[in-house]
Ligand binder design. Structure first.
Ligand code: NAP
Length: 530
C-alpha cells in the first residue's frame, strides 16, 4: 500500500489548494515545497515593486465563501507581501501546515507499474510512495540567467529577481544595471531608480505597458461588492479570462476612429490590462485593429517621456500588443525623465561581456556596482523538466517533451498514469486568472481521482490519441490569433534551443471548463482507466 494517496509537488496557490481539496475529500496528501515558506511565485519573487497585475478581488480563492468574506485586501492590485500574507492566512485557517513539508525539493518521481503508484524522491534522501502525483510546480518557477561571458568575474553582487534576498538589498548610492524589461523589469526599475546613484536599464525589446491606477480599496465599495461575491465568481468561471470584464463587444475596425480613441482613453484612465486589451473584439486577431491600439499606447509613451530619442527607443514595435504579456505600471515610462536613469539599447549594441567593474556592449562600457537580472523564466515546462519524472517504461518526461510540452486537456500527460499537472501545457493557465484556473484544475483532478476509485479503478491515464487531438486544437486556436507572432515565453522563444510550441490554451476559461466537465460526464473520455 502506498504511503500517501496524493503527493503534491509545490506549495504555491496550486499546492496549497490541492492539500485543502484532497484532504477535505478524505485522502492522505502531502505537499513537498523547496522553499522555506509557502507561496511559490509569491514566496520567491520578493523583489521591490513586485505586485500582482490581476485585481485582488479576482486573484483570491473562491472555494470558501467564509474566507472570501473575512479577508480584506488593502489594494486594488496587491503587492507581493500582501499576497504572501493571504496564503499563510489560508494555511493557518484551514490547518494545512501538517501536510506541507517545507525545505524539501522533489528530485525524482518514478511510475511503478507493478504497484500502480509513484515513488517520489526528495533531496532529504527520502522516498515516499503515492497513488497519485500532482504537479503544482507553477508556470513561472524555473528562472533563467543568461550566460554572459565574464559574469563570474563581476566584482559586485548580482541578483535574479526570482531569487531575491529575503532581507532586501540596499542600492543607495550605487550604480545598478537592470537587464530585462518585461513585467518584472518594469516593476523593479522605478524602485531602484528611487535610491540608486544611477540606474542603467538594458533593453533588448521595448514593451507595451498600461497604467495600473492602483489604489486603496474603499471599505464601502468592498461591502457592496462582497454582498454579491458568489454570483461574481460564477461569472468569472464562465468568462473568457477568468475575470468578468466588459468589452464593447464590437470590432475596433467597424467603429469611427475618434470613437475608438475615446474608448481606449477611458479604459487607459481607468487602468488595468485586461479591460484595456479586451476593449474590442478584433485587437488580438486582426493586425490592423491591433495597430490602432499599439499606436494609441505609443502616443502615451511619446507624451510621457521628455527626451524624444529615449521615447523612440521605448516605442514597442517588435510584436502585436497583447501577444506578449501586457505589462502594467504607473511609473515606468516617467522614470526615464529622471537624470539618474539611462536606457541602454542592447538590441542595436548587444551585451558583449561582463568584467569585474561592469558590463560591456558592442559600443560602450558601463561601470556598475550591482547587476539585476529580470530575465524571466523557462516557463510552463521548465520547472517540471528539472525533476526526473519517469512514466510508463521509464520514459523521462523531458524526453516526451523534447518537441515541446503537451498534456491531454493541459492536465494529464499520456504515458504518465495517475499524474496530473495543475495549469499544465495546453490549459488556459497563464492566459487566465491563475487562481481561478488552479481551483478548476484541482477540483477536476480531485473528482477524477474519487470517481476512478469509486468505480474500482487504480489507474487513470490519458490516451495518446486524445492528447494529440487536444494539442492540435490548442495549436489551431492559437494560430487563429496574433499571439504566435511574438517571440514570447508563451512559445518558449525566450529560452535558447527550446522548441517553439504555443503552450497555453486560448479557447477561454469558460469553454475550457465546459470541455473538462463534458469529458468527466462522458466517463472520462480520452482516458484509459485500469
Ligand atoms: P519576461 O517577460 O520573460 O521578460 C524578460 C526580459 O528579459 C525581457 O525584456 C527579455 O528581453 C529580457 N532578456 C531575457 N534574456 C535576455 C538576454 N539574454 N539578454 C538581454 N535581455 C534578456 O520575464 P518577467 O518580466 O520576469 O515576466 C515573466 C512573466 O511573469 C510575465 O509575463 C508575467 O506573466 C509574470 N509576472 C507578472 C507580474 C505581475 O503580475 N505584475 C510581475 C512580474 C512577472 P526580450 O523581450 O528581448 O526577450
Amino acid at each position: 500500500m502506498a504511503d500517501l494517496d496524493v503527493a503534491v509537488v509545490g506549495a504555491g496557490f496550486a499546492g496549497i489548494y490541492a492539500v485543502q481539496a484532497f484532504r477535505s475529500a478524505g485522502l492522505t496528501v502531502r505537499a513537498f515545497e523547496a522553499g522555506s515558506g509557502i507561496g511559490g511565485t509569491w514566496f520567491w519573487n520578493c523583489y521591490p515593486g513586485a505586485r500582482c497585475d490581476v485585481e485582488s478581488k479576482d486573484y483570491s480563492y473562491s472555494f470558501s465563501p467564509e474566507l472570501e468574506q473575512d479577508w480584506s485586501w488593502s489594494e486594488r492590485y496587491p503587492a507581493q507581501p500582501e499576497v504572501l500574507r493571504y496564503l499563510n492566512h489560508v494555511a493557518d485557517r484551514f490547518g494545512l501546515w501538517p501536510d506541507i513539508q517545507l525545505n524539501t525539493r522533489v528530485t525524482a518521481a518514478t511510475w511503478d507499474a507493478e504497484r500502480s503508484q509513484w515513488t517520489v524522491a526528495t533531496d532529504d534522501g527520502r522516498r515516499r510512495t503515492a497513488r497519485f502525483l500532482i504537479s503544482a510546480v507553477g508556470c513561472l518557477s524555473a528562472y533563467q540567467v543568461p550566460s554572459l561571458p565574464g559574469l563570474e568575474t563581476f566584482a559586485g553582487p548580482w541578483y535574479h529577481t526570482s531569487r531575491w534576498p529575503r532581507d532586501g538589498v540596499d542600492f543607495t548610492g550605487q550604480r545598478v544595471g537592470v537587464i530585462g524589461t518585461g513585467s518584472t523589469g518594469i516593476q523593479i526599475a522605478p524602485e531602484i531608480a528611487a535610491v540608486a546613484e544611477h540606474l542603467y536599464v538594458f533593453q533588448r525589446t521595448a514593451n507595451f505597458a498600461v497604467p495600473n491606477r492602483n489604489g486603496a480599496i474603499d471599505p464601502e465599495w468592498e461591502r457592496g461588492f462582497k454582498a454579491d461575491y458568489r454570483s461574481y465568481r460564477k461569472q468569472a468561471q464562465e468568462s473568457f479570462l477568468g475575470v468578468p470584464i466588459t468589452g464593447t463587444g464590437r470590432p475596433a475596425l467597424a467603429e469611427p476612429p475618434a470613437s475608438v480613441q475615446r474608448t481606449l482613453m477611458e479604459r487607459w484612465q481607468a487602468g488595468g490590462g485586461m479591460p484595456f486589451l479586451g476593449a474590442y473584439t478584433d485587437v488580438l486577431v486582426d493586425r490592423a485593429a491591433n495597430e490602432i491600439m499599439a499606436e494609441f499606447m505609443r502616443d502615451r509613451i511619446r507624451e510621457t517621456v521628455a527626451d524624444p530619442f529615449v521615447a523612440g527607443l521605448l516605442l514597442p514595435r517588435a510584436y502585436p500588443v497583447g501577444a506578449k504579456r501586457l505589462c502594467q505600471s504607473d511609473d515606468y515610462f516617467a522614470m526615464f525623465n529622471r537624470s539618474n536613469v539611462t536606457l541602454v539599447d542592447i538590441r542595436s549594441a548587444p551585451i558583449s561581456s561582463v568584467t569585474p567593474s561592469g558590463l560591456g556592449t558592442a559600443d560602450s562600457f558601463y561601470e556598475l556596482d550591482a547587476l539585476v537580472f529580470a530575465t524571466g523564466f523557462d516557463a510552463i515546462s521548465g520547472a517540471l523538466r528539472q525533476i526526473d519524472v519517469r512514466g510508463v517504461g521509464g520514459l523521462p518526461l523531458a524526453e516526451k517533451w523534447a518537441a515541446g510540452p503537451r498534456a491531454y486537456l493541459g492536465v494529464a500527460p499520456a504515458g504518465f498514469p495517475n499524474m496530473f499537472i495543475v495549469t499544465g501545457p495546453g490549459s488556459p493557465s497563464v492566459l487566465s486568472n491563475m487562481v481561478l484556473s488552479i481551483e478548476q484544475h484541482v477540483e477536476w483532478i480531485r473528482d477524477c481521482v474519487l470517481q476512478a476509485a469509486s468505480d474500482g479503478y487504480s489507474t487513470v491515464e490519458a490516451k495518446p490519441s486524445a492528447e494529440d487531438a487536444w494539442m492540435a486544437h490548442v495549436t489551431e486556436v492559437a494560430y487563429s490569433t496574433l499571439f504566435p507572432l511574438a517571440d514570447s515565453w508563451y512559445v518558449g522563444a525566450n529560452i535558447p534551443g527550446k522548441p517553439r510550441v504555443f503552450a497555453p490554451y486560448l479557447g477561454g476559461v469558460g469553454p475550457y471548463r465546459a470541455r473538462c466537465d463534458a469529458v468527466a460526464a462522458a466517463g472520462y473520455e480520452g482516458f484509459a482507466l485500469g
